[in-house]
Write a protein that binds this ligand. Structure first.
Ligand SMILES: Cc1cc2nc3c(=O)[nH]c(=O)nc-3n(C[C@H](O)[C@H](O)[C@H](O)COP(=O)(O)OP(=O)(O)OC[C@H]3O[C@@H](n4cnc5c(N)ncnc54)[C@H](O)[C@@H]3O)c2cc1C
Length: 393
């Protein structure tokens, strides 16, 4: 066959590069590893945010840290301090630049820019194969973030929700933003086709990234997000189009679905990142879960020469996610009320602890009892069969 590697990382996005970084900082650094992507140009196209207690990953690359958050609650805007879970933003450009440079410095790691046509494997010979237009590359394990495993496994999705958004990085001449406070969710009550809100990351008093975000099944036209952003800047800050320059745009669609995380694409080919189903279904946050997944993989390879399978959620958190998806899908208005009550009745550190799945059962119950219970009763009843299907996977 073709060229042989110990491991192949197919896809050099957040998951593939995080895995490469983790391997470079482990005893696997001397293995022969290929990292392949159809496009290795550095891209300033994603801002990854996450909350974290303790030392954050990629600490030196953190673009901004906030310890105060603003949300729209049932009684209007509230601002709270984040003592346990500060919020961090990291730019994809900085992340890719750092990790690609580190890969290039290591003689046993190789980068290849090429489309991947197909991934195949042979369980008998314990080999996996990556097909490019020029070559077939051979390895013991492929870690892939390129192909949708659900197309193979035909898993159905009951709540096909997506988080879709368009962001503007803007610059203004006067100081308007409070750069110490970011806005997590400022709801748009005029939007009826899903849960919609604006998310504001102020970098300085004169620069910010604003994203108009929707949780819904259907994507809207680009102009619609732009109209919403323009209206928000006018209503909230009194800024008209001549008052700001749009320096960069950021668009994204993230799955918020009730499908189980599938560890294997085919034998010896592991799914990682979004394709590995690690996204938290009810929030769309993925970045920190990717870090946990790649740590597991490296740990397993070191100890047992087999990647450890990462299960992103315990059963009870799968249930909470499923119930919330049911409510968002069937009644976005009720979902908005739930979010607002959640923010009104709990400290944001507690909310982040719960969403991080760090909470204990009594803390979960406290959170659940702080929001309207009727929509949940309906959701529990209506999604019980689906929970049985996905719960134990
Ligand atoms: C704009 C945006 C902002 C986001 N912000 C956040 C956030 O703030 N916090 C958070 O937790 N999550 C966020 N997410 C969700 C998630 O963290 C990101 O989508 C993350 O990039 C997922 O990493 P990944 O490696 O799974 O996929 P990707 O980063 O998309 O990487 C997949 C890679 O595979 C390559 N590829 C695909 N097909 C082929 C092929 N056939 N051949 C060769 N290469 C191929 C692509 O070029 C790409 O580089 C965001 C997502 C987007 C889109």
């Amino acid at each position: 066959m073709g060229i042989e590697y110990d491991y192949i990382i197919a896809g050099a996005g957040a998951a593939g590069l995080s895995l490469a970084w983790q391997m470079l900082h482990s005893p696997l650094k001397d293995k022969k590893v290929l990292i392949i992507d159809k496009d290795l140009k550095l891209q300033d196209d994603k801002t990854w945010c996450f909350w974290h207690s303790g030392e954050p990953p990629f600490q030196k690359l953190i673009h901004k840290r906030w310890s105060r958050v603003e949300v729209e609650s049932a009684e209007g805007y509230i601002t709270q301090s984040l003592q346990r879970y500060p919020y961090y933003a990291l730019k994809s450009y900085d992340f890719e630049k750092k990790i690609i440079a580190a890969i290039k410095k290591n003689p046993s790691f190789h980068l290849l820019e090429s489309p991947i046509q197909k991934l195949s494997s042979d369980p008998d010979s314990k080999k996996a194969y990556l097909h490019t237009p020029e070559n077939i590359l051979e390895t013991s394990y492929i870690f892939q973030s390129c192909f949708d495993p659900f197309k193979i496994h035909k898993s159905n999705v009951r709540y096909p929700l997506r988080q879709h958004f368009l962001g503007w990085d803007i610059k203004i001449n006067t100081s308007i933003f409070n750069s110490d406070v970011f806005t997590l969710m400022d709801f748009d009550h005029s939007f009826t086709g899903g849960v919609a809100f604006t998310y504001v990351l102020p970098w300085t008093s004169k620069t910010a990234l604003l994203e108009y975000t929707i949780f819904s099944e259907n994507i809207i036209a680009q102009e619609k997000y732009e109209e919403k952003l323009s209206a928000y800047l006018s209503n909230r800050y009194g800024l008209e189009p001549d008052d700001y320059q749009i320096e960069r745009k950021e668009y994204g669609v993230i799955p918020m679905e009730d499908r189980p995380a599938l560890p294997w694409y085919k034998p010896r080919i592991m799914n990682i990142g979004t394709q590995g189903g690690v996204t938290k279904p009810s929030t769309g946050y993925t970045f920190m879960r990717i870090q946990n997944q790649v740590k597991n993989i490296v740990e397993g390879l070191i100890e047992d020469n087999r990647p450890l399978i990462y299960s992103p959620s315990k059963f009870r958190f799968k249930a909470y996610d499923l119930w919330l998806l049911h409510i968002i899908y069937n009644s976005p208005k009720e979902a908005t009320t739930i979010f607002k009550q959640l923010f009104q009745n709990n400290k944001m550190d507690e909310v982040f602890c719960f969403l991080n799945e760090d909470s204990i059962l009594s803390e979960d119950l406290q959170i659940m009892s702080s929001v309207p219970y009727r929509p949940f009763l309906k959701a529990i009843w209506k999604s019980k069969k689906r929970l049985r299907e996905i719960g134990r996977k």
